[in-house]
Design a binder for this molecule. Structure first.
Ligand code: 7RM
Length: 651
């Protein structure tokens, strides 16, 4: 975040206490919960795990903690799918809507818990009949359709960890993730819809499958059909509808150990290779079930809508596992916020009378820019709570969300967390916390956070530092798939015994946390994590590129955009055509979210004497600031020349 933005945050003084009416009906409204949880955080979580989940067998020990390895609810047995589906169908919820699906071209479907129970069992049976066994990894590369959720739950049911790959990722990104996980099966669709266009998922998958020897079986759901045909390889590829038609209608849930792997989810770190974040069953389910219940104040009457894609952790925890474990009704939407028009979200809120909306600041800033006439066209009076996630929300966007979407009456929960944390970590509790626009407020009960300086000492109030989590929590990642060293190195080496988040933060005089953005080489584009090295590797993969340095730059809507400084090889012309070619190349290698906003050609890159690229200086240049300290540079003239050249290009 830019210094000016931080200064603005420091001056933010508006406060929004919960209304008396909201407080009275809230799932949690007793402020002493914070102290009570802190007194014995293990007992607090153990009590929640026992009350909120159904266990096939009780655990013996609530926590075994050998930093950095935690085991929660040791010896307990449960199944995540059973907790999200089976236990509800025994009650009146059997005929309650679990998923309300709105497809982009306007097709819709409602699945009750009973429907979900049947469909999940059929698909789980189909997976088994294809030889998928407990412990086998299943990759899911799907559009936002109910079958994506069904596939995840079916995997959980049979104990086959899923690895969902976002449908916007490229064939190459898909292949990398399949290979790292050594997935045995791939679940995909012929295509998905986005802004009236077909996303060619099966064709991408076919490209990936040329380089993924571990995959034995591919299951293809027909989302598009009609004239749109895809290649089906005999013996390997199967249509979802063929398999499930004859599949056994019952498939009992596998009793899983609390510490058995539930899923892998790949996320970007500061080096090029994506990390396979591991989440296990008992602790993860405890974390997401409780946070969904308290943070979103989920009730049986709610119509809850989280606009994330199931390809990200937000979709895993707060479309699938958290809300369904609570027996909630969830909206699932396939398309974009501006198709067919910019009022699409508000039309959906009105159509289904959504009561809770959880979205990202990047979307809110786009809505702000489009103007309040779009939400004004619709009746949004059903909304009672709003959430934000993925990146810091600027106070201006917070206020706009509050007024124009929330009608001034809905509490806003700004939720800070990560793929690695599994569940929400820093957040208001809507029936307790007085909110301040731009602050994620306080750690959730049972979570302990601190802000440290380089020496590992807590910083004073109003001083920035590194955000760390100081004690284990149930939904914490159990590590990186196949790379224990990197796990220790990335999260547990900077400060001993404490989890390093990679984020900067400060606390104000009231102890409220204000997130200041990443302090590593991760950039956050529209709430999605990208590593600068990942984009650099994609660039140098192009024959015209000799060297590349990538940085995140301030972007009005996306929060951060991607800027790439590129040295062109001899014989290539550094012109606009090449800029476009390179942007396209990156989009094709990684996915559209990684497409650089700017390509800046340069003859040299500013480097330290030891050869490290000084990204800080590149950021100064790209954001038009005065250059910081250049004394450690091997050749200070390089950066001066670059700055002049860049300022010339900008005009
Ligand atoms: C849930 C998710 C994690 C990174 C994290 C932060 C940033 C997320 C907030 C936020 C400020 C927030 N998982 N981040 N939420 N920053 N305020 N409320 O986004 O693994 O994809 O990203 O996102 O930098 O480290 S994630």
């Amino acid at each position: 975040m830019q210094p000016t933005a931080i200064d603005a945050l420091l001056q933010e003084t508006r406060t929004f206490p919960p209304s008396e009416a909201f407080r009275q009906q809230a799932n949690i409204n007793d402020p002493t919960i914070y102290e009570r949880a802190a007194q014995d955080f293990v007992a607090f979580w153990a009590q929640q795990a026992e009350q909120l989940l159904e266990w096939f067998e009780p655990w013996q020990t609530p926590l075994e903690w050998q930093p950095p390895y935690a085991k929660w609810f040791v010896g307990g047995k449960l199944n995540a799918c059973h907790n999200c589906v089976d236990r509800h169908v025994r009650t009146w919820r059997r005929n309650k809507a679990a998923l309300i699906w709105e497809g982009e071209p306007g097709d819709t479907r409602v699945l009750t818990y009973g429907d979900l129970h049947r469909e999940v069992q059929q698909f789980a049976s189909a997976l088994k009949s294809l030889g998928v066994r407990k412990g086998d990894r299943v990759c899911i590369y799907m559009p936002m359709i109910p079958e994506a959720v069904i596939a995840m739950l079916a995997c959980a049911r049979i104990g086959a960890p899923h690895s969902v790959v976002f449908g916007g990722f490229s064939a190459e990104a898909l292949a990398d993730r399949i290979n790292d996980a050594q997935a045995k099966a791939l679940v995909t669709a012929d295509g998905g819809w986005r802004r009236g266009n077909i996303v060619p998922l099966k064709r991408n998958a076919d490209d990936a499958l040329r380089h993924t020897p571990s995959i034995e079986t591919v299951i293809v759901y027909q989302r598009i059909g009609g004239d749109y045909t895809v290649n089906m390889q005999d013996g390997r590829d199967h249509w979802w509808h063929d398999l499930t038609r004859d599949a056994p209608l019952t498939c009992p849930p596998e009793p899983m150990d609390s510490e058995d792997l539930l899923y892998l989810l790949y996320t970007s770190g500061s080096t090029g290779k994506p990390k396979g974040i591991m989440h296990t069953t008992g602790g993860y389910m405890t974390g997401v079930t409780l946070t969904a219940k308290w943070v979103f104040d989920l009730k049986d009457e709610d119509i809850y809508w989280c606009t994330a894609d199931v390809g990200w952790v937000t979709g895993h925890s707060y479309i699938v596992y958290g809300p369904l474990s609570n027996g909630a009704t969830c909206i699932l939407y396939e398309g974009a916020p501006d198709y067919p028009d910019r009022d699409r979200f508000w039309a959906i809120v009105e159509k289904y009378r959504a009561t809770i909306l959880y979205t990202a600041p990047t979307a809110i800033r786009a809505f702000m820019k489009w103007g309040e006439q779009y939400p004004q066209k619709h009746d949004l009076s059903s909304l009672r709570l709003l959430g934000s996630v993925g990146e810091p929300i600027n106070p201006e966007a917070w206020m706009w969300y509050h007024e124009h979407i929330g009608g001034g009456r809905c509490p806003i929960v700004d939720t800070w967390w990560q793929t690695e944390t599994g569940a929400i970590m820093i957040t208001p509790l809507p029936g307790i916390t007085t909110t301040k626009p731009g602050s994620a407020t306080r750690p959730f009960p049972g979570i302990a956070a601190a802000i440290l300086n380089d020496q590992g000492q807590p910083v004073d109030a109003n001083h920035g530092g590194y955000l760390v989590i100081t004690q284990p929590w149930p939904s914490m990642t159990r590590g990186l798939w196949g790379d224990p060293e990197r796990f220790v190195q990335t999260y547990w080496s900077k400060f001993e015994g404490r989890y390093f988040t990679g984020d900067g933060a400060r606390q104000d005089d009231d102890g409220y946390f204000w997130l200041l953005g990443r302090v590593d080489d991760v950039i956050n584009v529209s709430g999605h994590r990208l590593s600068t090295m990942e984009v650099e590797s994609a660039l140098v993969d192009h024959p015209a590129v000799a060297e590349a340095a990538v940085i995140g730059i301030h972007h009005e809507i996306k929060g951060q955009g991607v800027a790439a400084f590129v040295i062109v090889k001899e014989g290539y012309t550094a012109d606009e055509a090449l800029q476009n070619t390179l942007k396209q190349h990156v989009a094709q290698k990684i996915g559209a979210i990684a497409r650089p906003d700017q390509i800046i050609f340069t003859a040299e890159l500013p480097k330290t004497r030891s050869g490290k690229i000084m990204r800080r200086l590149l950021r100064d240049i790209a954001e038009g600031r005065a250059l910081g300290d250049t004394t450690t540079l091997a050749d200070p003239a390089v950066v001066q020349a670059l700055k002049e050249k860049y300022e010339g290009q900008e005009e």
